[in-house]
Design a protein around this ligand. Structure first.
Ligand SMILES: NC(=O)C1=CN([C@@H]2O[C@H](COP(=O)(O)OP(=O)(O)OC[C@H]3O[C@@H](n4cnc5c(N)ncnc54)[C@H](O)[C@@H]3O)[C@@H](O)[C@H]2O)[C@@H](O)CC1
Ligand SMILES: [K+]
Length: 519
């Protein structure tokens, strides 16, 4: 893996970034030289995003008291030299030394300083250098009002490092925050940018790599950082491709899906199609007896098991002769309704890897999440959305806003692999956390989660059959794959055109697009 690929997999907190920065300075790099280098990369990127033309672009700068402001001033100076019409709004009198020096020089060059943020309203572009990872308290009073006013203008805004006002680690809005259209994150991805609640502020985000020595990164984060930003390169390493040249269907995993009810028949089909997309060797699907013909017609390759059903058409028990121990993995939950308690209890009592979703999770919550999972030896995967998560882990409610912390705690409490669905799906086991950095709101649609459950099940079953010891990676692959299928489908069909059935048809093209070298 090259440096670019490796660096994209890292996400850091403010404290970690400060420690890494400290090592660079201790190594002898002058602070001013690093700022010059970083700002040089930023202004070149701004130039390519907004090239100057015969009519100069008018750029408004927001300058804060620290080194984020210092970066901003160097960018302002360089764009001034390149013919941009630069205006600076700096609502602070006390500046850090280096920032103050750049400020003096900008003034000596005759760059225009304005008194009020309103004076920037006719700018074509705003650059936000108010605060970076040094923001330590709420933004209040006049500055908060200025930011709120600017957010009303709907102009292009480029934030340096991160949108000012966002907490670097949690993405929480401290008072108020800049709504950027672009964020140029410096050096290493800041964890806060990967939180759902930050997304409406971040816009298009990209990393500006300024050559932080790898030894300084690993000295602070270790060889395998605890938090991983999931990239294509990671997926490529863990994808079950290519297959061994000599194999057979059972060696490629046997997955049992337990899903559906009279009320939710479609959920069973979608889960089955998700599993189909995974390439799993053998697929068995247990559904209420009355759904059997429907499932056979949609998934002719699968073995459909008709189960005895309750008066409302939920699965009441598996038929005699079905041995849960004979499958590599079992995925249970989509569409089963909360009546199917017996089957969930039976599945959890078994010693095979289990994926629980939807009403499977609600039943687990009723059984007692932690006490039930304590008894399990085999892997359990839980795939809640925020509402299900709350029911599963009522004691973690105060963490709901900090999704990364919440998923980490949930995994620690249960020993399970927990996948918390969201705009930035987060997955944790007891030692690490993975975040899917790209997705699409097109996936916010009924049935989309059923597809994911099938996909996870299929990948997990293949992993078990192949004796791989990295099962959590299979769950991460499924989440990434699902998101990418949504993105690809939305590109072709718009964000409104990605119903769950359509989504299943984009699973395979994602692989073909990204991994042609493995085909
Ligand atoms: N880490 C690195 O390796 C590099 C960092 N650089 C820049 O330096 C930034 C960090 O610089 P700093 O540590 O100086 O921090 P910031 O520039 O983010 O801001 C810190 C300053 O803001 C004040 N402040 C914090 N919260 C406030 C609030 N709510 N209201 C008013 N004032 C507040 C603090 O007292 C301090 O003076 C990065 O984000 C990045 O832009 C780059 O210059 C070069 C490389
Ligand atoms: K900023």
């Amino acid at each position: 893996m090259n440096r670019h690929e490796k660096i994209q997999q890292i996400a850091v907190t403010a404290a970690q970034m400060q420690e890494i920065e400290g090592r660079i300075f201790a190594g002898g790099m002058p602070v001013a030289a690093l700022m010059e280098k970083v700002a040089g990369l930023i202004y070149k990127r701004v130039q390519s995003l907004f090239p100057n033309s015969s009519v100069p672009i008018k750029v408004g700068f927001l300058i804060g008291p620290g080194h984020n402001g210092g970066d901003g001033l160097v960018v302002a100076r360089e764009l001034h030299f390149r013919g941009y019409q630069v205006n600076i709004y700096r609502p602070f009198s006390k500046l850090k030394d280096l920032t103050a020096q750049h400020d003096l020089y900008a003034q000596s060059l005759g760059i225009c300083y304005v008194e009020n943020v309103a004076d920037l309203q006719d700018c074509d572009l705003i650059i936000d250098g108010l605060f970076g990872f040094g923001l330590e308290r709420e933004i209040k009073d006049n500055l908060a009002e200025a930011i709120n006013e600017l957010n009303e203008w709907s102009k292009p805004v480029i934030s340096i490092d991160l949108p000012s006002g966002l907490h670097t680690d949690t993405g929480e809005v401290l008072g108020t925050a800049i709504k950027a259209t672009h964020t140029l994150c410096l050096g290493l991805w800041k964890l806060g940018l990967l939180h759902d609640r930050a997304l409406e502020y971040v816009g298009k985000a990209e990393l500006i790599d300024f050559d932080i020595p790898w030894t300084d990164i690993t000295a602070i984060l270790g060889e395998t950082p605890q938090i991983q930003r999931v990239t294509t390169e990671f997926i490529k390493q863990h994808l079950p491709l290519p297959r061994p040249p000599v194999t057979h269907k059972y060696k490629q995993g046997h997955l049992l899906l337990i899903c559906g009810s009279r009320k939710y028949a479609g959920g069973a089909i979608l889960t089955g199609l998700g599993a189909r997309g995974s390439g799993v060797g053998m697929l068995s699907i247990a559904v209420p007896e009355s759904l059997k013909p429907l499932l056979v017609s949609h998934l002719p390759e699968a073995l459909i098991i008709g189960c005895e059903e309750t008066g409302n058409g939920a699965i009441s028990s598996l038929p005699d002769g079905v041995n849960l121990g004979s499958y590599d993995a079992i995925a249970c939950g989509p569409g089963i309704t909360t009546e199917a308690t017996t089957i969930v209890e039976e599945v959890l009592a078994n010693n095979k890897p289990v994926i629980l979703d939807a009403d499977g999770l609600n039943i687990l919550a009723q059984m007692g999440t932690i006490s039930t999972l304590e008894k399990r030896q085999a892997t359990t995967v839980l795939t809640p959305h925020a509402g299900e998560f709350k029911r599963l882990f009522p004691d973690l409610e105060n963490l709901q806003q900090n999704r990364v912390e919440a998923v980490k705690k949930a995994a620690e409490l249960t020993g399970a692999i927990v996948l918390l669905k969201g705009a930035r799906t987060a997955i944790a086991n007891t030692s690490r956390i993975w975040i899917i950095p790209e997705s699409t709101p097109a996936l916010a649609r009924g049935g989309s989660g059923d597809v994911l459950t099938g996909l996870i099940g299929g990948l997990l079953a293949q992993g078990i059959a192949a004796n791989t010891n990295s099962l959590v990676e299979r769950v991460v692959i499924a989440a990434w794959w699902h998101a990418q299928a949504g993105i690809l489908a939305a590109k072709e069909r718009t964000e409104l055109g990605v119903d769950a059935f359509t989504l299943t048809q984009f699973l395979n093209p994602v692989l073909a697009n990204h991994f042609s070298s493995l085909l």
